[in-house]
Design a protein around this ligand. Structure first.
Ligand SMILES: Cc1ncc(C[n+]2csc(CCOP(=O)(O)OP(=O)(O)O)c2C)c(N)n1
Ligand SMILES: [Mg+2]
Length: 323
């Protein structure tokens, strides 16, 4: 069913929240307040928001190193998210994971992941569990074009197809794997790779949140009725560098200017303006989102650093019967 204007307002708000949250992180990182690396998903928000718009709490997602948007769109608490990235005790992983390991199993966010392609086998296992439970839930995995050159995609395509597992493979093709263009790494296309394993495939404009949500809705409904894998390739844009601090010498000016034209948030805004929303509506929404972020960041910054006596807590699962 096509997305209605009221739904687009909700999708716009979620994209804006992710954008503004990452812009705050960008500044915190520049000020030296974020331990570790930071890979921002600015420019790619429509993928996370469009996909999550058709998922419920009992559906699972796995993510990659550029996973902030995936986590927030799935419903990770904003203060727990910030606290995690700042390495604080109230983070969703008690500050032990940081940006590349944000996870919250209680809402089906199985985790960001620093190892390229590693979300795919996690999702394959999750989909097997969900299929055995038989409640019609599905598992989605986000990965970049860089993962297309990894062996693990062949294994996961094979097993999910062979066992008819409900995995939604979501490729965020932003044209870059670190500093290398996609065409220098992949001898085929994701469409042909999917076809080789008998998996249904669709390509969408990943910067059009409505197009992503519509395609996800179509595939996920099919998968709930009859478990089997699907692939969505979302053509999108990495507006920032590979990581914060990347000088991006390898990109040219034309590409950079084309990216701002394709900005998913600006596009959704134009659609909403054309449908009659006023500038005042946007101003109010922006203020509301910013104050939500202020509150969450204040909580996160007020959270203590984990203490040294908790250093090995959560490293091993306690053995039954052993105290
Ligand atoms: C198995 C593995 N190989 C290499 C790396 C180093 N690495 C980190 S991110 C990255 C590029 C990933 O590109 P892509 O999957 O397209 O995601 P994007 O950064 O474009 O969002 C690479 C090669 C890694 N983390 N894991
Ligand atoms: Mg990429």
């Amino acid at each position: 069913m096509p997305i209605k204007s009221s739904s687009l307002q909700v999708l716009y708000r979620q994209m804006l929240l992710i954008r503004r949250a990452e812009e705050r992180l960008q500044k915190l990182f520049a000020d030296g307040d974020v331990p570790g690396f930071l890979h921002l998903s600015i420019g790619q928000e429509a993928v996370a928001v469009g996909i999550s718009s058709v998922l419920g709490v009992a559906d699972t997602v796995s993510s990659n190193h550029r996973g902030h948007g995936h986590a927030l769109a799935k419903g990770v608490s904003l203060s727990g998210f910030f606290a995690e990235i700042l390495g604080r005790a109230d983070g969703v992983c008690r500050g032990r994971g940081g940006s590349m390991h944000v996870a919250d199993l209680s809402i089906g966010m199985l985790g960001a992941n620093g190892i390229v392609g590693a979300g795919m086998p996690i999702t394959t296992g999750s989909a097997l569990a969900l299929k055995m439970k038989g409640a019609g839930n599905i598992a989605a995995v986000y990965f970049g074009d860089g993962a297309l050159a990894e062996g693990v995609i062949h294994e996961c395509f094979n097993l999910t197809s062979l066992w008819s597992l409900p995995v939604l493979f979501v490729c965020e093709n932003n044209g870059w794997s670190e500093f290398s263009p996609t065409e220098r790494q992949l001898a085929t296309s994701l469409e042909r790779l999917s076809a080789a394993f008998g998996i249904a495939f669709a390509s969408v404009d990943g910067n059009d949140v409505v197009a992503v949500a519509d395609q996800a809705d179509k595939f996920v409904n099919q998968m709930r009725d009859m478990p089997s894998p699907r692939v969505i390739e979302c053509q999108t844009t990495r507006i920032r560098g590979h990581f914060e601090g990347d000088p991006q010498d390898y990109r040219n000016k034309e590409e950079m200017s084309m990216m701002s034209e394709r900005d998913p948030i600006a596009r959704a805004r134009s659609q909403l303006l054309a449908e009659g929303l006023s500038d005042v509506w946007f101003e109010q929404l922006h203020a509301e989102v910013d104050s939500e972020i202020d509150v969450a960041l204040k909580l996160a910054k007020g959270s203590p650093e984990p203490t040294s006596d908790s250093l090995v807590a959560d490293v091993y699962t306690p053995r039954l019967g052993v105290s």
